[in-house]
Design a protein around this ligand. Sequence first.
Ligand code: KG4
Ligand code: ZN
Length: 341
Amino acid sequence: MPLLAFETSCDETSAAVVSNGRVLSSIVSSQVKLHAEYGGVVPELAAREHIRNLLPVATEALREAECPIGEVSALAATAGPGLPSALMVGLKAAQALAFSLRKPFVALHHHEAHLYSPWISGSPPRAHFEDFEPNVSLIVSGGHTMLVHVTDTQTHLVLGGTLDDAAGECFDKVGKLLGLPYPAGPEVDRLAKKGKADAFDFPRPMLTDSGHDFSFSGLKTSIRYFVRDRPGLLDDSQALCDLCASVQAAIVEVLVAKTIRAARQRSVGCITASGGVTCNSALRRALSLEAAHQGFRLHIAEPRFCTDNAAMIGVLAEHRLGCGVEGSSLDEDIRPSWPLE
Ligand code: KG4
Ligand code: ZN
Protein backbone atom coordinates (compact mmCIF):
# COMPACT_ATOMS: atom_id res chain seq x y z
CA MET A 1 0.00 0.00 0.00
CA PRO A 2 1.55 3.33 -1.01
CA LEU A 3 2.95 5.75 1.55
CA LEU A 4 3.53 9.42 0.71
CA ALA A 5 6.53 11.05 2.44
CA PHE A 6 7.77 14.65 2.69
CA GLU A 7 11.19 16.03 3.56
CA THR A 8 11.67 19.79 4.06
CA SER A 9 14.26 20.04 6.85
CA CYS A 10 16.67 22.34 5.00
CA ASP A 11 16.85 23.53 1.39
CA GLU A 12 15.45 20.56 -0.54
CA THR A 13 11.71 20.18 -1.03
CA SER A 14 11.13 16.49 -1.56
CA ALA A 15 8.22 14.08 -1.86
CA ALA A 16 8.32 10.34 -2.49
CA VAL A 17 5.88 7.46 -2.82
CA VAL A 18 7.02 4.07 -1.52
CA SER A 19 5.24 0.75 -1.46
CA ASN A 20 6.46 -2.58 -0.04
CA GLY A 21 9.97 -1.15 0.29
CA ARG A 22 10.02 -0.02 -3.35
CA VAL A 23 10.58 3.64 -4.18
CA LEU A 24 7.88 4.32 -6.78
CA SER A 25 8.89 7.97 -7.12
CA SER A 26 11.34 10.37 -5.51
CA ILE A 27 11.12 14.03 -6.49
CA VAL A 28 13.60 16.56 -5.14
CA SER A 29 13.40 20.28 -5.86
CA SER A 30 16.65 21.88 -4.73
CA GLN A 31 16.76 25.52 -3.62
CA VAL A 32 20.52 25.69 -3.97
CA LYS A 33 20.44 28.45 -6.61
CA LEU A 34 18.14 30.60 -4.46
CA HIS A 35 20.58 30.53 -1.53
CA ALA A 36 23.80 30.72 -3.57
CA GLU A 37 23.89 34.52 -3.62
CA TYR A 38 23.81 34.56 0.21
CA GLY A 39 26.57 31.92 0.52
CA GLY A 40 24.39 29.70 2.73
CA VAL A 41 20.80 28.70 3.45
CA VAL A 42 18.52 31.59 4.54
CA PRO A 43 15.88 29.90 6.77
CA GLU A 44 12.96 32.25 6.02
CA LEU A 45 13.54 32.05 2.26
CA ALA A 46 13.80 28.25 2.50
CA ALA A 47 10.44 28.01 4.28
CA ARG A 48 8.68 30.27 1.75
CA GLU A 49 10.15 28.22 -1.09
CA HIS A 50 8.97 24.97 0.53
CA ILE A 51 5.44 26.43 0.70
CA ARG A 52 5.62 27.27 -3.01
CA ASN A 53 7.15 23.93 -4.04
CA LEU A 54 5.62 21.27 -1.82
CA LEU A 55 2.29 20.81 -3.62
CA PRO A 56 3.81 20.67 -7.15
CA VAL A 57 6.51 18.28 -5.90
CA ALA A 58 3.96 16.06 -4.13
CA THR A 59 1.68 16.09 -7.19
CA GLU A 60 4.61 15.06 -9.38
CA ALA A 61 5.58 12.26 -6.97
CA LEU A 62 2.01 10.89 -7.01
CA ARG A 63 1.78 11.20 -10.79
CA GLU A 64 5.09 9.41 -11.38
CA ALA A 65 4.07 6.63 -8.98
CA GLU A 66 0.68 6.42 -10.74
CA CYS A 67 -0.90 6.71 -7.32
CA PRO A 68 -4.06 8.84 -6.92
CA ILE A 69 -4.10 10.69 -3.59
CA GLY A 70 -7.10 8.61 -2.50
CA GLU A 71 -4.99 5.44 -2.67
CA VAL A 72 -2.35 6.72 -0.24
CA SER A 73 -2.43 4.50 2.83
CA ALA A 74 -0.08 6.43 5.13
CA LEU A 75 1.81 9.73 5.39
CA ALA A 76 5.26 10.51 6.76
CA ALA A 77 7.45 13.56 7.21
CA THR A 78 10.68 14.71 8.84
CA ALA A 79 9.96 16.26 12.25
CA GLY A 80 13.56 17.28 12.96
CA PRO A 81 16.30 18.17 13.37
CA GLY A 82 16.46 21.04 10.90
CA LEU A 83 15.39 24.64 10.28
CA PRO A 84 12.19 25.25 12.31
CA SER A 85 10.19 27.14 9.69
CA ALA A 86 11.29 24.73 6.94
CA LEU A 87 10.41 21.61 8.98
CA MET A 88 7.00 23.10 9.75
CA VAL A 89 5.97 23.09 6.07
CA GLY A 90 6.48 19.37 5.37
CA LEU A 91 5.36 18.14 8.78
CA LYS A 92 2.13 20.14 8.90
CA ALA A 93 1.26 19.32 5.27
CA ALA A 94 1.68 15.57 5.94
CA GLN A 95 -0.38 15.81 9.13
CA ALA A 96 -3.15 17.74 7.34
CA LEU A 97 -3.30 15.10 4.60
CA ALA A 98 -3.31 12.28 7.15
CA PHE A 99 -6.17 14.01 8.97
CA SER A 100 -8.27 14.53 5.85
CA LEU A 101 -7.59 11.05 4.43
CA ARG A 102 -7.92 9.43 7.90
CA LYS A 103 -4.65 7.56 7.45
CA PRO A 104 -1.76 6.90 9.84
CA PHE A 105 1.06 9.42 10.05
CA VAL A 106 4.72 8.85 10.97
CA ALA A 107 7.06 11.66 12.13
CA LEU A 108 10.70 10.73 11.65
CA HIS A 109 14.16 11.85 12.72
CA HIS A 110 16.10 13.16 9.72
CA HIS A 111 19.39 11.49 10.65
CA GLU A 112 17.70 8.21 11.43
CA ALA A 113 16.42 8.21 7.85
CA HIS A 114 19.95 8.96 6.59
CA LEU A 115 21.16 5.89 8.54
CA TYR A 116 18.92 3.66 6.41
CA SER A 117 19.39 5.37 3.02
CA PRO A 118 22.44 3.16 2.19
CA TRP A 119 20.09 0.17 2.16
CA ILE A 120 18.09 1.62 -0.75
CA SER A 121 19.49 0.44 -4.06
CA GLY A 122 18.73 -1.01 -7.46
CA SER A 123 16.63 -0.01 -10.39
CA PRO A 124 13.82 0.45 -9.60
CA PRO A 125 15.14 1.31 -6.13
CA ARG A 126 14.13 -0.81 -3.17
CA ALA A 127 14.99 -0.80 0.55
CA HIS A 128 16.90 -4.01 1.25
CA PHE A 129 16.13 -4.17 4.97
CA GLU A 130 16.33 -7.96 4.78
CA ASP A 131 20.11 -7.51 4.30
CA PHE A 132 20.40 -5.19 7.30
CA GLU A 133 23.18 -5.99 9.72
CA PRO A 134 24.64 -4.06 12.68
CA ASN A 135 26.98 -1.40 11.37
CA VAL A 136 28.94 1.74 12.01
CA SER A 137 27.44 4.55 9.95
CA LEU A 138 29.06 7.78 8.80
CA ILE A 139 26.60 10.64 8.23
CA VAL A 140 28.40 13.49 6.59
CA SER A 141 26.59 16.55 5.23
CA GLY A 142 26.60 20.34 5.25
CA GLY A 143 25.23 20.41 8.78
CA HIS A 144 26.49 17.19 10.34
CA THR A 145 29.43 14.84 10.67
CA MET A 146 28.53 11.88 12.85
CA LEU A 147 29.60 8.32 13.53
CA VAL A 148 26.77 6.12 14.77
CA HIS A 149 26.74 2.49 15.91
CA VAL A 150 23.49 1.06 14.56
CA THR A 151 22.91 -2.09 16.57
CA ASP A 152 19.49 -2.95 15.15
CA THR A 153 16.89 -1.12 13.10
CA GLN A 154 15.63 0.80 16.14
CA THR A 155 18.74 1.34 18.26
CA HIS A 156 21.45 3.89 17.61
CA LEU A 157 24.44 4.89 19.66
CA VAL A 158 26.11 8.14 18.63
CA LEU A 159 29.85 7.53 18.87
CA GLY A 160 31.03 10.99 17.91
CA GLY A 161 30.34 14.14 15.99
CA THR A 162 31.96 17.35 14.93
CA LEU A 163 33.16 19.74 17.59
CA ASP A 164 32.87 22.70 15.22
CA ASP A 165 32.33 22.75 11.42
CA ALA A 166 30.75 19.79 9.62
CA ALA A 167 32.77 18.27 6.77
CA GLY A 168 30.39 19.71 4.13
CA GLU A 169 30.64 23.10 5.80
CA CYS A 170 34.42 22.80 5.59
CA PHE A 171 34.21 21.99 1.86
CA ASP A 172 31.90 24.99 1.38
CA LYS A 173 33.93 27.47 3.47
CA VAL A 174 37.26 26.41 1.96
CA GLY A 175 35.69 26.65 -1.49
CA LYS A 176 34.57 30.19 -0.69
CA LEU A 177 38.16 31.08 0.30
CA LEU A 178 39.24 29.68 -3.07
CA GLY A 179 36.64 31.82 -4.86
CA LEU A 180 34.29 28.94 -5.73
CA PRO A 181 30.48 29.30 -5.79
CA TYR A 182 28.25 27.97 -2.97
CA PRO A 183 27.87 25.09 -2.28
CA ALA A 184 31.50 24.48 -3.11
CA GLY A 185 31.73 20.75 -2.28
CA PRO A 186 30.83 19.48 -5.78
CA GLU A 187 33.13 22.09 -7.38
CA VAL A 188 36.08 21.14 -5.14
CA ASP A 189 35.44 17.51 -6.12
CA ARG A 190 35.41 18.44 -9.82
CA LEU A 191 38.59 20.57 -9.73
CA ALA A 192 40.40 18.06 -7.50
CA LYS A 193 40.23 15.51 -10.32
CA LYS A 194 42.70 17.72 -12.24
CA GLY A 195 44.96 18.31 -9.22
CA LYS A 196 47.61 16.50 -7.18
CA ALA A 197 46.46 15.39 -3.75
CA ASP A 198 50.01 15.55 -2.35
CA ALA A 199 50.81 19.00 -3.78
CA PHE A 200 50.24 20.73 -0.42
CA ASP A 201 50.35 19.23 3.03
CA PHE A 202 47.38 20.32 5.15
CA PRO A 203 46.60 19.17 8.71
CA ARG A 204 44.50 16.04 9.33
CA PRO A 205 42.55 17.27 12.39
CA MET A 206 42.01 14.72 15.19
CA LEU A 207 43.22 11.88 12.95
CA THR A 208 45.21 10.23 15.72
CA ASP A 209 42.81 11.16 18.51
CA SER A 210 41.48 7.95 20.05
CA GLY A 211 37.90 9.30 20.31
CA HIS A 212 35.31 9.43 17.56
CA ASP A 213 34.87 13.21 17.31
CA PHE A 214 35.85 15.41 14.38
CA SER A 215 37.00 19.01 14.03
CA PHE A 216 37.35 20.79 10.72
CA SER A 217 37.55 24.50 11.57
CA GLY A 218 41.36 24.39 12.05
CA LEU A 219 41.80 22.99 8.56
CA LYS A 220 39.74 25.85 7.14
CA THR A 221 41.86 28.36 9.09
CA SER A 222 45.14 26.85 7.90
CA ILE A 223 43.95 27.18 4.30
CA ARG A 224 42.94 30.79 4.90
CA TYR A 225 46.50 31.62 6.04
CA PHE A 226 48.06 29.47 3.32
CA VAL A 227 46.22 31.39 0.59
CA ARG A 228 46.76 34.78 2.31
CA ASP A 229 50.54 34.22 2.43
CA ARG A 230 50.74 33.34 -1.28
CA PRO A 231 49.24 36.26 -3.21
CA GLY A 232 48.38 35.35 -6.77
CA LEU A 233 48.26 31.59 -6.05
CA LEU A 234 44.57 31.41 -6.94
CA ASP A 235 45.21 33.00 -10.34
CA ASP A 236 47.11 29.85 -11.30
CA SER A 237 44.45 27.36 -12.41
CA GLN A 238 46.69 24.32 -11.80
CA ALA A 239 47.50 25.54 -8.27
CA LEU A 240 43.75 25.92 -7.64
CA CYS A 241 43.17 22.30 -8.71
CA ASP A 242 46.11 21.15 -6.55
CA LEU A 243 44.68 23.07 -3.59
CA CYS A 244 41.27 21.44 -4.07
CA ALA A 245 42.84 17.97 -4.33
CA SER A 246 45.03 18.53 -1.25
CA VAL A 247 42.21 19.88 0.93
CA GLN A 248 39.89 17.11 -0.20
CA ALA A 249 42.57 14.51 0.59
CA ALA A 250 42.91 15.87 4.15
CA ILE A 251 39.14 15.76 4.79
CA VAL A 252 38.72 12.32 3.20
CA GLU A 253 41.66 10.77 5.07
CA VAL A 254 40.22 11.84 8.43
CA LEU A 255 36.68 10.64 7.58
CA VAL A 256 37.83 7.27 6.30
CA ALA A 257 40.39 6.52 9.02
CA LYS A 258 38.01 7.43 11.85
CA THR A 259 35.12 5.45 10.34
CA ILE A 260 37.25 2.33 9.91
CA ARG A 261 38.68 2.66 13.42
CA ALA A 262 35.18 3.05 14.91
CA ALA A 263 33.96 -0.03 13.03
CA ARG A 264 36.90 -2.05 14.31
CA GLN A 265 36.41 -0.86 17.88
CA ARG A 266 32.69 -1.67 17.81
CA SER A 267 33.39 -5.12 16.28
CA VAL A 268 30.91 -4.74 13.43
CA GLY A 269 31.37 -6.34 10.02
CA CYS A 270 29.61 -3.59 8.11
CA ILE A 271 30.07 0.12 7.42
CA THR A 272 27.50 2.45 5.87
CA ALA A 273 27.75 6.06 4.70
CA SER A 274 25.26 8.74 3.71
CA GLY A 275 24.70 12.52 3.55
CA GLY A 276 25.56 15.04 0.84
CA VAL A 277 29.35 14.78 1.25
CA THR A 278 29.11 11.07 0.47
CA CYS A 279 28.61 12.20 -3.16
CA ASN A 280 32.31 13.10 -3.09
CA SER A 281 34.12 10.84 -5.53
CA ALA A 282 37.37 10.68 -3.54
CA LEU A 283 35.50 9.77 -0.35
CA ARG A 284 33.53 7.03 -2.11
CA ARG A 285 36.71 5.61 -3.64
CA ALA A 286 38.82 5.78 -0.46
CA LEU A 287 36.08 4.31 1.74
CA SER A 288 35.49 1.48 -0.75
CA LEU A 289 39.20 0.65 -1.00
CA GLU A 290 39.87 0.81 2.73
CA ALA A 291 36.73 -1.11 3.73
CA ALA A 292 37.58 -3.88 1.24
CA HIS A 293 41.21 -3.90 2.40
CA GLN A 294 40.16 -4.25 6.05
CA GLY A 295 37.45 -6.82 5.34
CA PHE A 296 34.31 -4.73 6.02
CA ARG A 297 31.14 -4.95 3.97
CA LEU A 298 30.27 -1.45 2.80
CA HIS A 299 26.98 0.18 1.80
CA ILE A 300 27.32 3.77 0.56
CA ALA A 301 24.05 5.51 -0.29
CA GLU A 302 23.56 6.01 -4.01
CA PRO A 303 24.26 9.67 -4.88
CA ARG A 304 20.54 10.42 -5.45
CA PHE A 305 19.82 9.17 -1.90
CA CYS A 306 22.90 10.80 -0.29
CA THR A 307 21.51 14.31 -0.33
CA ASP A 308 18.24 15.11 1.43
CA ASN A 309 15.33 13.18 -0.05
CA ALA A 310 11.88 11.97 0.97
CA ALA A 311 12.48 8.40 -0.26
CA MET A 312 14.63 7.66 2.80
CA ILE A 313 11.83 9.04 5.02
CA GLY A 314 9.26 6.95 3.19
CA VAL A 315 11.03 3.59 3.35
CA LEU A 316 11.87 3.96 7.04
CA ALA A 317 8.32 5.08 7.91
CA GLU A 318 6.86 2.12 6.04
CA HIS A 319 9.32 -0.24 7.74
CA ARG A 320 8.28 1.17 11.14
CA LEU A 321 4.57 0.70 10.43
CA GLY A 322 5.33 -2.81 9.10
CA CYS A 323 7.08 -3.65 12.39
CA GLY A 324 3.92 -2.67 14.25
CA VAL A 325 5.21 0.66 15.56
CA GLU A 326 2.26 2.95 16.25
CA GLY A 327 1.91 6.06 14.09
CA SER A 328 2.72 9.52 15.48
CA SER A 329 0.21 12.04 16.77
CA LEU A 330 -1.28 14.55 14.36
CA ASP A 331 -0.50 17.17 17.02
CA GLU A 332 3.18 16.27 17.08
CA ASP A 333 5.26 19.42 16.73
CA ILE A 334 8.53 20.02 14.90
CA ARG A 335 11.71 19.10 16.80
CA PRO A 336 14.43 21.42 15.44
CA SER A 337 17.09 20.08 17.85
CA TRP A 338 16.21 16.44 18.32
CA PRO A 339 19.06 14.22 19.59
CA LEU A 340 19.39 11.02 17.53
CA GLU A 341 19.40 8.75 20.56
O1 KG4 B 1 22.99 16.29 2.83
P1 KG4 B 1 23.04 17.61 2.14
O2 KG4 B 1 22.37 17.72 0.80
O3 KG4 B 1 22.38 18.74 3.00
C1 KG4 B 1 22.61 18.93 4.34
O4 KG4 B 1 23.62 19.59 4.67
O5 KG4 B 1 21.79 18.45 5.15
O6 KG4 B 1 24.58 18.01 2.02
C2 KG4 B 1 25.01 19.19 1.40
C3 KG4 B 1 26.51 19.27 1.58
C4 KG4 B 1 27.10 20.61 1.12
O7 KG4 B 1 28.00 21.06 2.11
C5 KG4 B 1 27.82 20.24 -0.17
O8 KG4 B 1 28.93 21.06 -0.44
C6 KG4 B 1 28.25 18.82 0.13
O9 KG4 B 1 27.16 18.25 0.80
N1 KG4 B 1 28.54 18.06 -1.11
C7 KG4 B 1 29.77 17.66 -1.44
C8 KG4 B 1 29.64 17.02 -2.70
N2 KG4 B 1 28.33 17.05 -3.07
C9 KG4 B 1 27.67 17.69 -2.07
N3 KG4 B 1 30.94 17.78 -0.81
C10 KG4 B 1 32.02 17.27 -1.41
N4 KG4 B 1 31.99 16.66 -2.62
C11 KG4 B 1 30.84 16.51 -3.28
N5 KG4 B 1 30.81 15.90 -4.48
ZN1 ZN C 1 20.46 15.48 5.56
